[in-house]
Design a binder for this molecule. Structure first.
Ligand code: SF4
Ligand code: MG
Length: 327
């Protein structure tokens, strides 16, 4: 089966300053640094990591809302990074995004009907726009009576539903969900996630679901990728990531999820320090300043990704052989 999306060696570097001194060395903020993954139709990839790790930039670079520095984004067999802006605009109807803050992304001066109709108008929808808008508002669990109202009249969860209706308008194949529930109460989070799952089943949608919390992606994802400082440090099927995590960073993130059964004990691993700046990331493994398991090699050599089993890939020297050989 052909994947819907293949991301290969995606990089997004932002220049910072012009450099100074005799060599005028240019400095780069490596927001996304060599990210690769494959996604099949109808699947969800949960993309997880602390803020600033490059998750949103990855999502946006895939849709070319920002231009990647290098790499390949192969959508239905075609590298969309080679498309012209005009060709890309057409392609974008198949690739939509839902944002974290539905209030900021919904124009407060437009009615809900106008908001949902906007992509249909832009892409010159041939059929009855009013009918399509009514169909969409009901699909996301709101009613036609909401269509004449304005975004401020809705709760956060309802606004996110409006954002979802707008993203669905053109029947996309891929939706990047950029922290769609992070701003919502926990009870509302579950409702929005359930809605996204129902819509996925009904329309065969493929999602990249971005979150800073592993527990949020657990139920919606088939696969999970954990990012740290612009790189995927561990990825694999959701059950392997949750039951058999390998990377010390994933293990620490998982230890922060509260255990549901009362009385059950779990030791929380507190990571020391903050995420370092992506402008001057540490040498070697960029996680080494905070890693409880670091070895001498870790401060010098960046580990390469190693596949352990069934698509479970880890970027850590503990699994790459060097540490086993005692270096
Ligand atoms: Fe820790 Fe070394 Fe693995 Fe990096 S490579 S996560 S520093 S053990
Ligand atoms: Mg973000």
């Amino acid at each position: 089966m052909q994947p819907l999306l293949e991301v290969r060696n995606l990089k997004k570097y932002f220049p910072v300053g012009k450099g100074f001194g005799p060599f005028k060395e240019k400095r780069w903020l490596k927001a996304v640094d060599d990210v690769s993954f494959t996604l099949y139709k109808g699947e969800t990839l949960g993309l997880v990591g602390e803020s600033g790790c490059g998750k949103s930039t990855t999502g946006r670079a895939i849709l070319r809302l920002i231009e990647p520095t290098s790499g390949e984004v192969i959508f239905e067999g075609e590298n969309i990074l080679t498309l012209t802006q005009k060709e890309m605009r057409k392609k974008r109807r198949e690739m939509q995004i839902i944002f974290q803050d539905p209030f900021a992304s919904l124009d407060p001066r437009m009615t809900v009907a106008e908001i949902i109709a906007e992509p249909l108008r832009i892409f010159k929808y041939k059929e009855n726009i009013k009918k399509r808008v009514e169909e969409l508002i009901e699909k996301v669990g709101l009613s036609r009576s909401h269509l004449d109202r304005y975004p401020h009249e809705f709760s956060g969860g309802q606004r996110q539903r409006i954002g979802i209706a707008r993203a669905l308008a053109l029947n996309p194949k891929l939706i990047v969900c950029d922290e769609p529930v992070s701003a919502l109460d926990v009870s509302v989070q579950a409702q929005v996630i359930n809605l996204l799952e129902d819509l996925q089943k009904e329309y065969g949608l493929t999602y990249i679901f971005i979150a800073h919390d592993l527990s949020v992606v657990k139920h919606i994802s088939q696969r999970v990728a954990v990012m740290y400082l612009g790189k995927i440090v561990e990825s694999g099927p959701v059950d392997l990531i949750f039951n058999n995590p390998k990377h010390p960073y994933t293990i620490a993130l998982l230890s922060a999820i509260p255990v549901p059964e009362p009385g059950a004990k779990k030791e929380r691993i507190i990571l020391e320090g903050d995420v370092p700046s992506p402008i001057n990331p540490p040498a070697g493994c960029s996680f080494h300043p905070r890693c409880p398991d670091k070895k001498p090699i870790c401060t010098e050599v960046m580990p390469e990704p190693v596949e352990l089993e069934n698509g479970h890939v880890v970027r850590c020297h503990l699994y790459s052989g060097e540490v086993k050989r005692g270096i």
